[in-house]
Design a protein around this ligand. Structure first.
Ligand code: PLP
Length: 393
């Protein structure tokens, strides 16, 4: 047996292990100090009432022969595919339910989708980025091209001139930067992909946080996107499903390469490699798309945005450069006085007991930057914002 040697090329992720080790050492030395954790990428509010009621009802249905559900269709229960297509329609995007695939979350799909593309394909990955894009591509033996972003382009890289690629990972609103492409910017990516025959894997996990009218929630709001994009989305950050697990992927029927329909290929893939997502969870997920569910989710997102406002106000008063916080749940700030990301991490931890995430952990171009998330409690975020401002002043 020859193992997949690509695994040997994976870089060890020091990021979260490094944070945990430094926090543990600090706690041991200063057990009396409370820490303010602004690094967490997980939500903290519970599932909303509409979802909980639907989950309970579905559990009860499984208790009676008349309502019991066995295997669900591999690509998703029709009621949920229809509900998601209806959600897109409310944004002016017309999709057939058969173009929507229910998944167990975005992470699974971000790697599994690579099955659709030849091994010789190169993946262009915007950075700073969610680490799964690079790691999943490397595991699948794909060549990777990093498309670095910086302050000059607001951490939103644009298509490289005169360079072609096969796959493009884009995430907007972005994790870790919170920056989001405008309609005009994303249109440039769609045009680029159509021109060079590439396919965009568009991660829309944070679309529910978009506040500005000029930021598209879906890549399919742009003309020509159905012939060059697949959209990956999740209820994790939208509706608190991080521990419950549910997501969806849109593969348009118009997406065809060399006479092969990627939609038909994905149907073939799913019907081979999965036996569908739990009926109970799909019922819970469908409740998130009802008017009641949408209103309750919106209230949760408003809460997290209240946290973002506390942090952005503090950074504004301190006169620090940052992006994000408006259209996504993350803020990405420039470390003061040219400090590197890990030095600023130590400063924050030791001087004001605030914990964040060093930007360099999301790619080399994140060096000198720092991420804060907005999923904590209001009280802790308020204290952290105040302490951060004091330190920066
Ligand atoms: N995509 C991005 C950009 C994320 O930040 C995350 C989770 O943090 C995911 C995908 C994964 O989402 P899921 O929980 O649906 O696997």
């Amino acid at each position: 047996m020859i193992p997949n040697k690509a695994y040997a090329e994976l870089k060890d992720s020091y990021l979260f292990a490094g944070i945990a080790a430094k926090v543990a050492a600090y706690r041991e030395a200063h057990p009396e100090q409370k820490l303010y954790r602004m690094g967490i990428g997980d939500v903290t509010l519970p599932l909303c009432d509409a979802v909980i009621a639907a989950l309970h009802k579905a559990v009860d249905e499984q208790a009676h022969a008349e309502t019991f559900q066995g295997y669900q269709p591999e690509c998703g229960a029709p009621f949920l595919r229809k509900a998601i297509a209806g959600h897109y329609a409310s944004r002016g995007v017309s999709l057939e339910p058969e173009e929507v695939f229910v998944s167990s979350g975005a992470s699974d799909e971000l790697g599994d989708l690579l099955d659709l593309f030849d091994r010789s394909n190169t993946a262009m990955i915007m950075e700073p980025a969610y680490p799964a894009y690079i790691d999943a591509s490397v595991m699948a033996g794909r060549a990777v091209v990093r498309l670095s972003a910086d302050e000059s382009n607001g951490f939103l890289p644009m298509p490289p001139k005169g360079e072609k690629t096969d796959l493009i990972y884009l995430c907007s609103p972005n994790n870790p930067t919170g920056a989001a492409y405008t309609r005009a910017q994303l249109q440039q990516w769609v045009n680029y992909a159509n021109d060079c025959g590439a396919v965009i894997l568009f991660d829309a996990a944070y679309e529910a946080y978009i506040a500005d009218a000029d930021i598209p929630h879906s890549i399919f709001e742009l003309s020509g996107a159905k012939t060059c994009a697949i959209e990956i989305c999740s209820l994790s950050k939208t509706a608190g499903f991080t521990g419950t697990r549910l997501g969806y992927t849109v593969v348009p029927k118009a997406l065809v390469r060399e006479g092969m329909s990627l939609n038909a290929m994905w149907v073939r893939n799913r019907t081979t490699k999965t036996n569908g997502v739990s009926y109970i969870l799909q019922r819970g997920g469908a409740a998130a798309f009802t008017p009641e569910g949408q209103a309750q989710i919106a209230a949760q997102i408003r809460f997290y945005k209240g946290n973002a406002k506390l942090l952005t106000d503090a950074l504004d008063r301190a006169g620090v450069w940052y992006t994000g916080g408006r259209n996504g749940p993350y803020l990405w700030m420039k470390c003061p006085s040219g400090m590197d990301s890990w030095t600023f991490f130590d400063e924050l931890l030791h001087r004001v007991q605030v914990v964040g995430t060093p930007g360099v952990g999301f790619g080399p171009c994140g060096e000198g930057y720092f991420r804060f998330s907005t999923f904590g409690s209001r009280e802790d975020t308020a204290v952290a914002a105040e302490r951060l401002e004091q330190l920066l002043r």
